[in-house]
Design a protein around this ligand. Structure first.
Ligand code: PGA
Length: 262
């Protein structure tokens, strides 16, 4: 059984002192949690401090950056490149729906970011997802919404060659399911499974069935301690991308523990 991959996207929630407290709580509580791979994505400004604070990092824990710029170095005020963080992170979130929405990131930029990650041996976590439910309760498919997801997938992976495809991780996050302030509308586990199956089928068309089976696909969107297990039980769900709940040490650790048994 392959280990599940659980990613904590701290977004723009914790201040520096919050982040240091959270890191030290996680350090204590995650000790001994084996059989799951855990990746923490703190706000970029605190990333190096958090990495440095983590002495004796266990082998099943790594760090991610929440965003990168595709060029390596130069006059790009406010940006940080894959080249610059390659020694402190193994993963990078790419194309998160909040960046597509608030920073107008398009498929072309997402594709360039994927390429930059692969160039510097960082595994890109490519986020894709539709704005409205693509399959309704009766099983009817909204082909426009479905096509959006598939387009994001193919555009992001365009030009990824050979073995590199196995380094890419897909995070399927229906935009309508992501926590927004006080509201959260988690997707039904069966819905997540159906969408992930379609995503994997598309990958199989392009890269072959065997390769598609090896590509890790995660679910994200209002994951919490009560629903994590349900998602992980679904066929083809290789892990979770956790946002808001991931800054609550106790809850996040519980999700990691739950994942061990799946
Ligand atoms: P959420 O966010 O768990 O707060 O819904 C997930 C994400 O956007 O990565």
């Amino acid at each position: 059984m392959t280990q599940k991959l659980i990613i904590a996207n701290w977004k723009m929630y914790p201040t520096l002192s919050d982040s240091l407290v959270l890191a030290s709580q996680l350090k204590g509580q995650l000790e001994g949690v084996k059989g799951v791979h855990i990746v923490l994505a703190p706000p970029t400004a605190w990333l190096a401090s958090i990495v440095e604070s983590w002495t004796h990092k266990p082998s099943n824990l790594d760090f991610a950056i929440q965003n990168i710029w595709p060029e390596d170095q130069g006059a790009y005020t406010g940006e940080v490149s894959a080249y610059m963080v390659k020694s402190i992170v193994k993963y990078a979130l790419v194309g998160h729906s909040e960046r597509r929405r608030f920073q107008s990131e398009d498929d072309e930029l997402v594709r360039e970011k994927v390429q930059a990650c692969l160039r510097w041996k960082i595994r890109p976590i490519v986020c894709i997802g539709e704005h409205k439910r693509a399959i309704d309760a009766e099983g009817r498919v909204d082909s426009y919404q479905l096509q959006r997801v598939m387009n994001q997938l193919t555009e992001a992976l365009h030009g990824v060659k050979g073995d590199d495809i196995r380094k890419v991780i897909i995070a399927y996050e229906p935009v309508w399911a992501i926590t927004q302030g006080a509201t959260s509308h988690p997707a039904k586990p069966a819905y997540a499974e159906a969408m992930i199956r379609r995503i994997r089928d598309r990958l199989a068309e392009k890269y072959g069935k065997l390769t598609a089976e090896e590509i890790q696909i995660l679910y994200g969107g209002s994951v919490n301690t009560s629903n994590a297990s349900e998602y992980l039980r679904q066929q083809g769900v290789n892990g979770l991308l956790v946002g808001e709940i991931s800054v609550k040490a106790k809850d996040f650790v519980e999700i990691c523990r739950i994942s061990v048994s799946h």
